[in-house]
Design a protein around this ligand. Sequence first.
Ligand code: UD1
Length: 417
Amino acid sequence: MPDILVDGKYELNGDVYIQGSKNSVLPILAASVLTYGVSVIENCPALSDVRASINILKYLGAKCSFEGNSLTIDSRNISDYKIPDNLMREMRSSSLFLGAILGRMGKAEISSPGGCELGPRPIDLHIKALSELGATVKHKGGNILLQSKNGLVGSEIHLAFPSVGATENILLASVLADGITVVTNAAKEPEIEDLADFLISAGANIEGAGSDKIVIKGVRKLFGTRHKVIPDRIVAATYISCVAATGGNINLINAVPNHIRSVISAFEEAGCEFKERDNILSVKANDRINSISTVRTLTYPAFPTDAGPQLISALSLSKGTTVFVENIFQNRFRYIDELKRFGANIKVEGKVAVVEGVESLSGTECECTDLRGGAALVVAALAANGTSKIRKTEHILRGYENIVRDLSGLGARIKYI
Ligand code: UD1
């Protein structure tokens, strides 16, 4: 993978188009397994995680063609129920295929997803919910086999925690189940609503997606459809962090401000100015930003864990000290050691990071530890004096279609080498 080279300290100005959402498109691609027809997914971001999903779809028997940002999936001949270990490992979110394959084939087998860069990634809530819909669960070596010999049956499912992935797996498994499923304490993220919209347009009967209670009435069949993926709120939050760190005035084209209210308020408190008109969100940042009151990551609509690293990176240049509490993932702070190479002053204790703003950062060589941690390094490099080299950029490609193109378009001196 090429490294990214950044010559820092240039203001960002101009327009940037916000790509389709990674966390929406991945469950939607899994959902296409449930349809008996051809679907077209528009505004599909060209990401390595999307390519990994396409590889899984092809393995299962689908035909896929990806042109521009339009992905066509023909799911008529899906015939396999097992995802081999090598394809599972290509992507963290492959467990989303469980509910979809189970719904279509009556059985599904995957290898255990295990851990990831952010800590253990259990799927106990997914498995419990799918068994409540009537699936039997067997552990075979490192694999999990789910089976529903007599078909899945609608049920009342209360999630102990509003897990995004578990809510998605329940939607996927229940749309073709017999009878009514009611999910309480469901995740409310905009990506859940987008998945439900895709399923509804394919013929599913779902009410309440986006709230904490979702009601799904099983239907007999889903059909091919056309769906446009929502804009990526985390990419929007990333570019806001970039301009907050460098100063300037940028327009996020195709952003949805309502999806990032908590992020906008944090940066407003830090001194950035926002303007909203139609689908354009403008962000203006002057001098060094200010520290802000304690930020706590939580489920939507609270501050998203995926935008934390980029905010912390911008705050490392703020006037004052900010306390940041990470409540969702255990190992989310690994990138902070890399931020310290730039001269950032951040102390971590357990799930709390204390960011003491410094007057300037210095360019350095650093390594991405994970996707959003990698984005945080880009934020720091853009604002640092001198040149920075960022390695292990494959992490960034999982979630950003072309961060170098986007930031160059805004006037950053950034390139792949
Ligand atoms: C999704 C997003 C990810 C985001 C996260 C939280 C996708 C593809 N990924 O991940 O970018 O950071 O939401 O907004 O959409 N948990 C369990 N048992 C389970 C499931 C989850 O203990 O069965 C725990 C997790 O370890 C984590 C927390 O619940 O601590 C949140 O996980 P969840 O909401 O499920 O996140 P993901 O769907 O994995």
